[in-house]
Design a protein around this ligand. Structure first.
Ligand SMILES: Cc1ncc(COP(=O)(O)O)c(C=O)c1O
Length: 390
């Protein structure tokens, strides 16, 4: 039997993640220091863990409502209102999901017809284009520019919109660049989105990890709020990657459709994780802020370290990544990362894992302790010095 022939065209078409490919290589070596992983190095705050354990002890081990515990949805909506001034109805406009990942998937499935175009940013998070393709759509990339600090500009947006455009996926603060959109940046693109009448899937999973200007949700613009689907979750800000918990905020019509899909494919997000997250939203804001302060110190350290070694690196305003430009070394992103791994046993991710526009850059995660960052950047410095000596 030829099992390859059994595979669907859609599954065949999507490419394996460039991050995975690189880490498979790194995992075969001993003593590798990784700056590659996109997850907090902090353990989930104790109050969250305790609440989840308590829920299990109390026997709260059943499915919850499809959309998630109402108490949690109420807390999520209050949180978005309090922190980012956007209001949603917990009963009809909020769904608790299995991570932001599920949110991205069901938002696309709810919106995309075969052949619809969905604009994605390049460089951008690895799951977007495959998500578009799996839902039958066509991913249309916008090539962002280093000189704009990878912001979306009105010119680039206008060029990418066609009569077939159904939606755009935004992600600020950005993985992989750390790029950020201020309120003023959004003011320039909001009228274009309104006029085009396209949906905006706004992945705001790094919202809490904003270091300079206040984070601005694109859904806070009343004139396009109903066009927006906000995706967020607990993985990054609350250090809860393994718990698999996220949420979607959107207008009632979108929310109803996504709930329908969610009911069939998931039923409801994990109960213990929901009880933990509820506690997190109620009582862990201080810890979230402490983690943010710590990331900011690490960001400052990394930006200085890379610029000092001659790799131009802009100051990212959010997330926990820096995106140094390695063009001065004459190597491609892949070559740089492979040789660095070989020579110094330090793993970073080639910018090209996030799209062709990532060529000439590497993604460095600073979700590591300052001590680890010191050792790793010293090794990268030695590598760059060796390269410059030929
Ligand atoms: C931009 C972005 N969106 C979504 C996710 C997925 O998050 P979750 O763990 O909530 O599924 C990630 C994880 O790295 C991410 O970087």
């Amino acid at each position: 039997m030829n099992y390859e022939d059994m595979i669907s065209e859609r599954a065949k078409i999507i490419k394996p993640s460039g991050i995975r490919k690189f880490f498979d290589l790194a995992s075969q070596m001993e003593g590798v220091i990784s700056l590659g992983v996109g997850e907090p190095d902090f353990t989930t705050p104790w109050a969250i863990r305790e609440a989840a354990i308590y829920s299990i002890e109390k026997g709260k081990t059943f499915y919850t409502a499809n959309r998630g515990l109402l108490e949690l949805r109420e807390e999520i909506c209050q949180y978005y209102q309090r922190r980012f001034q956007v209001s949603y109805n917990p009963e009809t406009e909020c769904i608790v999901t299995v991570g932001g990942s599920e949110g991205i998937d069901i938002a696309l499935r709810a919106l995309v017809n075969p052949g619809d175009e969905v604009i994605v940013l390049d460089p951008g998070y690895v799951a977007y284009a495959p998500g578009v393709e799996l839902s039958g759509g066509v991913a249309v990339p916008i090539t962002l520019r280093h000189e704009d600090q990878f912001k979306l500009t009105p010119e680039l947006l206008k060029e990418a919109i066609s009569p077939k455009t159904k939606a755009i996926i935004l992600n600020y603060p950005s993985n992989p660049t750390g790029g950020f959109m201020t309120k003023q940046d959004y003011e320039k693109i909001v009228p274009i989105i309104k006029e085009a009448g396209i949906a905006v899937i706004s992945d705001e999973i790094y919202a809490e990890l904003s270091y300079g200007d206040e984070f601005c949700s694109i859904a806070s613009f009343d004139e396009i709020k109903d066009q927006c689907i906000v995706i967020s979750g607990f993985s990054k800000a609350f250090a809860m990657t393994g718990w698999r918990l996220g949420y979607i905020l959107s207008n009632e019509i979108f929310s109803k459709m996504m709930t329908k899909i969610h009911q069939y494919i998931i039923m409801s997000a994990p109960s213990a994780a929901q009880y933990g997250a509820l506690e997190g939203l109620r009582r862990c804001q201080d810890e979230v802020e402490n983690m943010r302060d710590s990331y900011m110190t690490r960001r400052n350290f990394c930006v200085k370290a890379f610029n000092d070694m001659g790799l131009e690196t802009f100051m990212p305003q959010g997330a926990f990544y820096v995106f140094p430009c390695i063009k001065s070394t004459g190597l491609t992103s892949d070559e740089f990362c492979e040789k660095l791994l070989d020579d110094q046993r330090v793993a970073c991710v080639p910018g090209t894992a996030f799209g062709p526009a990532g060529e000439g850059f590497i993604r460095v995660s600073y979700a590591y302790s300052i001590e680890e960052l010191k050792v790793a950047t010293e090794k990268i410095k030695q590598f760059v010095e060796k390269l410059s000596k030929g």
